[in-house]
Ligand binder design. Sequence first.
Ligand SMILES: [Zn+2]
Length: 97
Amino acid sequence: MKAIYEKETIKDPESENDSYSNFTLKRDTVFCCEQFKMYCKKFTVWNYKQGKFGIVDQINYDGHSVRSIDFCPFCGEKIDYLDENTPEKVKRKKVRI
Ligand SMILES: [Zn+2]
């Protein structure tokens, strides 16, 4: 499946020279399977700091650690993370006006 996200760079209000990135998963993302889609509806799986899906790996005293995944935990399909603003490598037909 293709996970297309929108990357936004936000200035850190507490520090002038710092900025951080926020990744938003596109709403029209087509999921590889129904299970994963349902899973994403129930839990916050999208990691907006990394621009990847993350699943809880370990639960400990401090909370939990999240591991980013490159493959669907249900059907095993590879997840391609794509920035919507990055042009695709596939050559596009030239459109002349
Ligand atoms: Zn799947």
